[in-house]
Design a protein around this ligand. Sequence first.
Ligand SMILES: [Mg+2]
Length: 257
Amino acid sequence: MMRAWDGVLLDIDGVISEGGRPVAGAGDALAFLRDERIPFRCISNTTRQPRRAIADRLDAMGLAIPGADIFTPAVAAAALLAGRSLTHCMLLVADDTVQDFEAAGIECAAGAVDAVVVGDAGERMRYRAMNEAFRSILDGAPLIALEKDRHWRDADGLSLSAGPFVAALEYATGTTAELVGKPSPAFFARALEALGTAPEKTLMVGDDIRTDIAGAQRCGIRAVLVKTGKYRGDTVRNAGVAPYAIINSIAALPGLL
Ligand SMILES: [Mg+2]
C-alpha cells in the first residue's frame, strides 16, 4: 500500500514530553512509527542541553530515542559552521551544549573568532561575555542565533530565552543575526536532510503554532498541531495559520498515518 507519509518530524517539549513526564500515549505512538517503519526525527529548539542529555532525559521517562535522532539548533549550527570552515567560534551557550559543537569540530574560542554563536546560556550570560561578543561582531564575525525566542517557562516562572540577548547584539552592532533554530527554513531543511524525505511527504507534529506549524508549512511540510504543551485555543485562532490537522495529543498520531 502506498503510504501518504515517508517520514515524521516530532517536536519534543509539549509533544512527546511535558513537565518532565511523557505525554500519555507518546510511547505507543513512537512504537507505532517503529513498527510501521516510518522514519522519524525529534526536533527541539532547546539550546540549554546537548542532544545526549536530551536523549538521557527522554530515556528516564521511558522514551528511548537515540541521541543521533535528536535535532537541535546547536547540532544544526555546528554543521553549518563546519560546512563554512568557521571552526574557531565564540560560543555563548550553556556549558553542556558546547559538546554538540565539539563533536562537529568547532572549537570554543575567544578574541579573533570566526563567528559568534548565541544560545540560551542561562547564568553564563554576563556583561563581559556580551561585550566580547559585541566587539567580535564589530570586527566582522557573523552573529549566529541558535534561537530568538523571547522567553520560556522555567520551573520558577517565565525566564529570558536567547532572543533578548541576540536582539541586544543586533541593536548594538546594527547587524542581523542568522537564525538557525525553528522557525528558520534552514532548520527544517536540515532536519529533512537527516530524515531523507521530501517535504510534501513529511509530517511535522508540534505544539507551537508559529515556530512548529507556520515554520514547517513555509517549507512545504504538512504540519499537525497537538493540543498539549503550549497549545492555547485563542493563540491558534489569532495566528492566522491553518494546520493540516489538529489532534488532542500525539496519542492520535497513528490515526493520521
Ligand atoms: Mg514544543
